[in-house]
Design a binder for this molecule. Structure first.
Ligand SMILES: Nc1nc2c(ncn2[C@@H]2O[C@H](COP(=O)(O)OP(=O)(O)OP(=O)(O)O)[C@@H](O)[C@H]2O)c(=O)[nH]1
Ligand SMILES: [Mg+2]
Length: 690
């Protein structure tokens, strides 16, 4: 029974699902995406990650490394619905790709490994999805693996994610003998036969009857506890019908009050069709989404997902391909026609859209138009970047761009041949354009070009792209972490007079500021000047000047964070005061204040989870201690130990090969950012200034 291929029944918004596949590295997102494309008839052969033949891991580096690096959007149809799907990377260095994807998605499938349960990066992306309010369902994958257990994985969803799991399936068979599931809503058994692409539905096998009944009952009780209408029915009839259950599950998913859990094995092609059915049944369509909010003419405005409204879209990804420069758009309202002129809502400039494409697995389908709720790629735009809002001319509304994480690691890059310097700059510009989490700057002191990003792997991939994609041989320096400086004790009443009288118009600005530490890594500015002694436009100029001064701290010229500046007093001159003078005063005042404050150096730290055979745990602990690591937990069982520790990122360079060497290749580790921490004085003293 293969329910694919049914043509789209309607063009309405309710027949669309925009969803992302999210998880920890290696949970099986790309394999699952591949199986979805196959099950829906978008592809006719099943690709494998290990063979480098999947649709979404199309980049040569993804194929070589066997991991996803770039989020890839593909489109397919299922049961009369259009499903736009974004396969995201699980490695922490590429979490910015996940962030940008989440910004444009309506729902997500979170994938978990049935042996490992909830892993650290799954937890991180789960919180990211929480922040974006993206409803999700869970797919416990790899049920065919030795040691796989749905119940333990579900328990970890409850414990580590604090979510209420609503398990709608019971696996049939374990590990190698996992062949199907009982659908607890219809109480039918679904069997996937080896070598066949389809499944068969039948009655629940007798030995599983009692267990299936028990789990159905549990599902009904959990749903009744969370859902008022379901509770009413449950109180009256002591049971819930499949229909009530389905309706309640959908509402609970949309409200984020519970998480529907399904299971299967992507690799073995088991459990894919019910997952697709669940995507249609429980995840929201664009019509379920609230209107998007943005700013027009200085005021906040809303725009509903109305196909007849003014065209409004957010560009969330730009990539260079053989077909041309592809700009991926999420359309929120209106229609975009091929050849149309669109407005960059922030800059007011217009551009022309050449072609509109829907990425159908390995081929592109040309389209005449795209409408509200759609995700498409367009060719022809030159200036649009990830985060640009595009609108119909005359209907500007600037949507909030996806947030970009602060880079934590930098390397100096240089062209091997002096003659390639120009091409290197061009290549770096292109890379930074495609990936906003890559930052290129030129070091004022050394004159070197410095590339910063989210981690060692991120920068390694970028350097490789310069080599292979742009044909420029580069020499890459040693990675350095990005330090910050913060205020631990501030100053009050610092007076700064900026006075210049060297012919022509003079400059006059007089400011008095307080500087105090802030708990979080942020900068706050406020004006407490009374009686209009410093008018608001000059106070804003002082703030801009302070922001200029934050770029270089007094300790080593690192960016400064974690402080509040209060403008407490000041004076103006009727002729010589200007915003420029107040900006300069702000800059010099804060620079002076920081020199007089107690300032501390901060470094990025990460939480590391190391998995090793039990006999190797002693060596790992010793090594982590030598890297200034603080162990926060360790568990052991069935021959494997898992150690978690907080370690300064600067100490982790080269850890991958060290761990492999120590454990004969059996040790693995993952990291996730854990913020900034003070650098011990002895370590700080040995650091060269930036
Ligand atoms: N046994 C088993 N292996 C699986 C299953 N699904 C995926 N794998 C394997 O797990 C490995 C990782 O799968 P991917 O699909 O690349 O995982 P991913 O989540 O896309 O990984 P990243 O994109 O790098 O985060 C591959 O070797 C897959 O063949 C499954 O259901 N069972
Ligand atoms: Mg992948």
């Amino acid at each position: 029974m293969r329910a694919n291929g049914r043509p789209l029944t309607t063009n309405s918004l309710t027949a669309v699902r925009n969803l992302g596949i999210l998880a920890h590295v290696d949970a099986g997102k790309t394999t699952l995406t591949e199986r979805v494309l196959f099950a829906t008839g978008a592809t006719h052969k099943r690709g494998e990650v290990h063979a480098g033949t999947t649709v979404t891991d199309y980049d040569p580096q993804e194929r070589d490394r066997g991991i996803t690096i770039f989020a890839a959007a593909v489109s397919c149809t299922w049961d009369g619905h259009r499903v736009n799907l974004i396969d995201t990377p699980g490695h922490v260095d590429f979490s910015d790709e996940v962030e940008r994807s989440l910004r444009v998605l309506d729902g997500a499938v979170a994938v978990f490994d049935a042996v490992a349960g909830v892993e650290s990066q799954s937890e991180s992306v789960w919180r990211q999805a929480d922040r974006h309010g993206v409803p999700r369902i869970a797919f416990v994958n790899k049920l065919d693996r030795a040691g796989a257990d749905l119940d333990t994985a579900v328990a970890s969803i409850r414990e580590r994610l604090g979510a209420v799991p609503l398990v709608v399936q019971l696996p049939i068979g374990r590990e190698d003998a996992f062949t199907g599931v009982v659908d607890l809503l219809t109480m039918r058994a679904l069997h996937w036969h080896a070598g066949s692409d389809t499944y068969e539905a039948g009655p629940v096998p007798e030995p599983l009857r009692e267990e299936a009944d028990r789990r159905r009952r549990l599902l009904e009780e959990t749903v009744a506890e969370l859902h008022a209408e379901a509770l009413e029915e449950f109180c009256t009839t002591s049971a819930l019908t499949g229909r009530t259950l389905a309706r309640a599950l959908r509402e609970l998913t949309l409200r984020g009050d519970g998480v529907v859990v399904l299971c299967g094995s992507a690799y073995r092609n088991r459990g894919i069709e019910p997952l697709l059915d669940a995507v249609l049944a429980y995840l929201p369509s664009p019509a379920d989404m609230p209107p998007v909010r943005g700013v027009a003419d200085g005021a906040e405005q809303e725009r509903a997902p109305d196909p007849a409204g003014p065209f409004t879209a957010l560009a969330f990804k730009v990539t260079a391909t053989a077909t041309g420069r592809l700009t991926y758009l999420r359309v929120y309202a209106g229609k975009l026609r091929k050849g149309a002129t669109v407005l960059d809502a922030a800059t007011g400039r217009t551009e022309r859209v050449g072609r509109i494409l829907r990425v159908q697995a390995d081929r592109h389908e040309e389209r005449e138009e795209a409408g509200a709720g759609d995700i498409v790629a367009v060719i022809g735009l030159k200036a649009a970047r990830a985060g640009t809002t595009l609108c119909a001319p005359g209907a500007a509304l600037v949507l909030e761009p996806p947030s970009v994480a602060e880079p934590v690691v930098s390397v100096a890059v240089e062209a091997r041949r002096a003659g390639d310097t120009g091409r290197l700059s061009a290549a770096l510009m292109r890379l930074a354009e495609e990936d906003p989490s890559l930052v290129v700057r030129s070091d004022a002191e050394t004159g070197q070009t410095v590339l910063s990003g989210m981690g060692e792997l991120h920068l390694e991939v970028a350097a490789e792209k310069i080599r292979s994609g742009h044909g420029v041989e580069v020499v890459v320096g040693r990675p350095q972490v990005s330090y910050r400086e913060t205020v631990v004790r501030g100053v009050t009443g610092l007076v700064y007079r900026h006075v210049k009288q060297d012919g022509g118009a003079g400059q006059f600005a007089h400011v008095v500021v307080d500087v105090e530490p802030l708990e979080e890594a942020a900068f706050e500015f406020r004006s407490a000047v009374i009686g209009g002694r410093v008018p608001p436009e000059y106070a804003r100029a002082v703030e801009a000047g302070c922001r200029d001064a934050l770029a270089e701290g007094p300790l080593g010229g690192h960016p400064v964070t974690g402080l509040r500046v209060t403008l407490t007093d000041g004076a103006t001159h009727s002729k010589d005061s200007s915003e420029m003078a107040f900006r300069a005063a702000g800059r010099f005042a804060l620079r002076e204040a920081l020199r007089l404050s107690a300032v501390e150096l901060l470094e990025p730290v990460v939480e590391v989870t190391v998995t090793v055979p039990e006999d190797g745990v002693g060596g790992v602990l010793g090594d982590l201690a030598a890297r200034r690591g603080r162990v926060s937990g360790s568990t052991a069982g069935s021959g494997t130990a898992v150690v978690t520790a907080t370690v300064p990122l600067a100490e982790l360079f080269g850890y991958a090969s060290r761990l492999r060497g120590r454990t004969q290749g059996r040790g693995t580790f993952t990291t996730r950012p854990a913020g900034l921490a003070p650098v011990p004085a002895s370590v700080a003293a040995a650091l060269p200034a930036r």
